[in-house]
Design a binder for this molecule. Structure first.
Ligand SMILES: *Cc1c(COP(=O)(O)O)cnc(C)c1O
Length: 413
């Protein structure tokens, strides 16, 4: 090696050390962050216990209809697994009168039964008395009821819209933005309502992107879903179809070979799901995502920033890295909406910005979603970024890098 080469090699080695040290805090914390893969043994023990309780088999467990039918939704049943305090029991009974809740046996099995109060799964699925005490926020902060030009349709953007096909979910997220639709029971929309929504799409040729959601789009039957996707395929101006579903997270058993055979017939399909915690990235979730990818579906994740669940720069980084491993591309991180009954989940916006600051540059660009605040009343998804552009004029811009190095850059005209 020439003297010059040696100098450069040494400089590069120094820089490499510096880069490693810039994520030292993460390297130290990362091994202690729970993931679905790391807690698999615990999950399997819980699964065994749940199966014994229901006197059921492994085959039952893998059957999504069984999972749906055996959703745990009473305090008495929850007590069979968790050592709830008398106060928690009282509070849960009180809140059950006001808001519905329910959790699939699979999602329940991800809870650390011995330390349930800290569990990101418990917090998302089991109601807190804080839901009743919340007097902030509104029932429908997105103004969905006033942006509905046709039955079941929400249109807030020029070239795309949502069709809401059901209120049913495998688990009723406590932070749900559509809590007002929980109702008393599961209700798919009727074929006639779907037909009206389809007619709206047919009549509006600028609509090129149709998002089917709910509730959970994948809780429609295979038959209905196949029909709906087929009808959309017949509309020449519909270029892409999207499905909103949390089943890869809360009910991966739903992603059956039969379902995938249907999805495969209707490309291009994009599925956005909602993993909020690395604990949710389990071997079962990976299998479900593998099947979807093989069926040609493109997978994205829309996380919600939730206090006590993922409002931490390291946990959020780990979540996004775990998602890339199972071929789910982080798409959005949403600031939680100001929905009545969910205030206890809302993290400060500073936290969201700090999370973004800690992702860009520090990890794969693929692991960096866009942080979004939804403007109230249906104003639209708005990206909120740490500020990189410091100043700009005709001739020059000044910006800072992910490491906070400041550069001036000529602005050619
Ligand atoms: C979120 C949303 C969409 C999709 O928005 P993208 O930014 O394209 O993912 C479309 N319509 C409505 C009403 C929405 O709320």
């Amino acid at each position: 090696m020439s003297y010059e080469e040696l100098v450069y090699r040494n400089l590069s080695l120094q820089r490499a050390n510096e880069l490693r040290e810039s994520i030292r805090d993460y390297l130290d914390k990362e091994p202690h962050i729970e993931t679905g893969f790391r807690v698999q043994e615990r999950t399997l023990r819980n699964q065994q216990r749940i199966l014994e309780h229901f006197n059921a088999t492994r085959e039952n467990w893998d059957d999504w209809a069984w999972q749906m039918k055996h959703r745990i939704n009473t305090v008495e049943e929850l007590q069979c697994f968790l050592n709830l305090s008398p106060q928690e029991v009282e509070e849960l009974k009180l809140i059950s009168k006001r808001y519905r809740w329910g959790i699939s046996p699979y999602y329940l099995s991800l809870i650390d039964f011995d330390n349930y109060q800290d569990s990101p799964i418990y917090k998302q699925a089991i109601p807190s008395i804080l839901e009743l005490w919340d007097h902030q926020g509104s029932e429908d902060p997105m103004g969905e009821t006033v942006t509905s030009p046709a039955n079941r349709v929400t249109r807030r953007y020029p070239d795309r819209l949502i069709i809401n096909v059901t209120n049913q979910c495998a688990m009723y997220c406590r932070h749900c933005q559509r809590r007002r639709n929980f109702g008393e029971e599961d209700k798919h929309c009727t074929l006639q309502q779907m037909e009206e929504a389809l007619q709206y799409v047919r009549d509006n040729p600028e609509i090129r992107d149709v998002l089917i959601t709910g509730g959970d789009a994948l809780l429609l039957s295979n038959k209905t879903l196949g029909w709906l996707l087929g009808e959309l395929d017949k509309i020449p101006h519909v270029e892409i179809k999207r499905l909103g579903t949390r089943t890869p997270v809360t009910l991966p058993q739903r992603i059956t070979p039969e379902l995938c055979a249907i999805l495969e017939k209707h490309p291009p399909i994009y599925i956005n799901t909602q993993f909020n915690s690395p604990v949710e990235v389990t071997p079962e979730a990976k299998e479900a995502c593998d099947r979807l990818v093989k069926a040609g579906v493109v997978l994205g994740n829309q996380a919600v920033l939730l206090k006590g669940i993922n409002d931490d720069v390291h946990v959020m980084k780990k979540l996004n890295q775990e998602l890339l491993k199972i071929r789910v591309r982080p798409y959005y991180i949403f600031q939680a909406k100001q929905v009545r009954g969910t205030s206890h989940f809302i993290a400060p916006i500073e936290t969201g910005i700090a999370i973004m600051e800690n992702l860009r540059g520090y990890t794969s660009g693929l692991a960096v979603p866009t942080y979004i605040i939804n403007a109230p009343g249906g104003g639209g998804k708005t990206p909120i970024l740490p500020e990189y552009l410091l100043s700009m004029d005709e001739d020059e811009i000044t910006f800072r890098t992910w490491e906070n190095r400041i550069y001036k850059y000529k602005n050619y005209k």
